[in-house]
Design a protein around this ligand. Structure first.
Ligand SMILES: [Zn+2]
Length: 101
């Protein structure tokens, strides 16, 4: 797991935590306060799980720098996506298997 994932997860915690708090403070009545806060927190938890499981999948694919066939990953390309993260494309030098990180 890299630092970018942790930062992203923390940012989301702050964003969804704030949204939940807004519902608690500004909700029209008790039902809206609690309901809105729960929906915001549930949505945040869902996004968090998505990011963490994605990071785990990438960690497993990376496998400490080696393909499951024993070949080494070679960096082929890198693209910067709109969300600010850089996606790197690696190709195994043995079996030509591709992964993204
Ligand atoms: Zn391989």
């Amino acid at each position: 797991m890299n630092i970018g994932i942790i930062v992203a997860a923390c940012c989301m915690g702050v964003v969804f935590g704030t949204v939940a708090l807004m519902f608690l403070i500004c909700g029209a009545d008790k039902k809206h306060k609690i309901g809105g806060a729960l929906v915001a927190l549930a949505f945040g938890a869902l996004m968090f799980c998505g990011i963490v499981s994605d990071a785990k999948t990438k960690d497993e694919a990376w496998n400490g720098g080696y393909c499951e066939c024993g070949g080494e990953w070679e960096l082929r390309a890198a693209t910067k996506s709109t969300n600010g993260f850089t996606t790197k494309y690696y190709v195994c030098d043995e079996c030509k298997h591709e992964i993204t990180q």
